[in-house]
Design a protein around this ligand. Structure first.
Ligand code: AAL
Length: 376
């Protein structure tokens, strides 16, 4: 039987800090506040964001989708980023699946752009293209991330092969190069695939109809982000599950990690998966010998920043007002004493319409006081 907390001798300083009127009559909310973790009084991890339009080739261009930017990697005096690029509107499902574009991220190739100042970006061209007809990535390659390591660059990205049906499984591909400008060598096989222990019900293209849901990543493995951590390669990713439900926190989306000794794999999924109970796009960085993560969009722990000393067991460090989506972090600001230094600026995307998205800039800053206008 869980021990009921003792509310009789609460430290008067805590009563004052929580502003509790009468400790003899504690509300359910005050009892939850009294259970907040160590460190909850600190704003060390609390921040807010602003977003800005970018110039050059990242300014809005009718008819072109640019979205899901990777981390920003500085090479010499030049910033590099990779992203999903496609053209034209999307038709959604239910039409001519062979010729339609079902999502803005359907029929994508991975392009890259450079900048000297992080504001004006020049599109350089295709980095990784879709595969030949019949390959596991012949329909779309998208939502890319980049890890520079030991003089090489590793791109990890989502792949779809064949008709982009509702029930199509999404996998993760990899390409590497000795230069951020390529040429890129694609691995012939995916480095990560969905769990195969879900069972669809019936043959209709309905992702909610299941005999058995299977693991959190039984339908799709998404948003791959490779980190070098503890002398190994940690591939963080988002999992989508067959038979996904909407719960008290919204969509059931969780994160996982697969680990390898060599950047080219094999990647072995952690026994501890899922390592989050919420989230959407992956946003992870090094801090204090561990891994920090921004959890957005979906699940009861959306809009939290979390930290795990072992890269696996994440605890909540702050609840934030919200965050830009699909963040691309500036890796030169990674692994600093200040856990939020990396949020000073970076990239994100924004929907101009359901068909078209643009890449924008975000700037984040710790919030230490809520001051009215004019208050110094
Ligand atoms: C994004 C990412 C993945 C999804 C889609 C494009 O938010 O989670 O990339 O597939 O949306």
């Amino acid at each position: 039987m869980a021990n009921t907390p003792d509310y009789t001798n609460i430290d008067p300083e805590i009563i004052d800090y929580l502003g509790i009127t009468d400790p003899e009559h504690l509300s359910a909310a005050s009892k939850r506040a009294l259970a907040w973790p160590e460190g909850s009084r600190s704003n060390k991890w609390f921040l807010q964001y602003e977003t800005f339009d970018l110039k050059g080739d990242f300014a809005y261009e009718e008819g072109v989708v640019r979205r899901d930017p990777s981390a920003v990697i500085k090479v010499g005096d030049t910033y590099y980023t990779w992203y999903s690029r496609s053209v034209g509107p999307s038709q959604g499902f239910g039409g001519d699946i062979e010729n339609d574009k079902v999502f803005p991220w359907d029929r994508c190739d991975i392009w890259y752009a450079t900048s000297k100042d992080g504001w004006t970006w020049e599109e350089q061209g295709v980095a990784v293209a879709r595969g030949e007809k019949g390959t596991f990535d012949d329909r779309s390659v998208f939502t890319v991330e980049c890890l520079p390591h030991d003089g090489k660059y590793y791109l990890t990205y989502q792949t779809v092969g064949g008709p982009y049906e509702v029930r199509v499984k999404n996998q993760v591909g990899m390409a590497w190069s000795e230069s951020p400008d390529g040429p890129w060598t694609k691995l012939d096989e995916p480095i990560l695939s969905p769990a195969d222990n879900g069972v669809w019900k019936g043959t209709a293209q309905d992702r909610f109809a299941v005999e058995k849901k299977g693991d959190f990543d039984s339908h799709k493995v998404h948003d791959p982000c490779l980190m070098f951590f503890n002398d190994k390669f940690y591939l963080y990713y988002k999992g989508e599950q067959m038979g996904e439900e909407i719960t008290f926190g919204g969509r059931q989306i969780r994160h996982g990690v697969a680990i390898a000794d060599n950047p080219l794999g094999p990647y072995v999924k952690s026994k501890y998966n899922p390592i989050s109970n919420s989230g959407h796009e992956i946003c992870v960085w090094h801090h204090d010998g561990g891994i920090a993560a921004l959890v957005t969009t979906d699940g009861p722990e959306k809009n939290t920043i979390q930290w795990a000393p072992d890269g696996i067991n994440f605890e909540i460090k702050s609840y934030i007002p919200g965050a830009p989506h699909a963040i691309g972090l500036v890796r030169e600001n990674d692994n600093t004493d200040d856990p939020l230094k990396i949020m000073e600026w970076g990239l994100t995307h924004q929907y101009v319409s359901s068909d078209y998205q643009i890449i924008r800039r975000f700037e984040g800053a710790r919030k230490e006081r809520h001051k009215a206008k004019g208050v110094k």
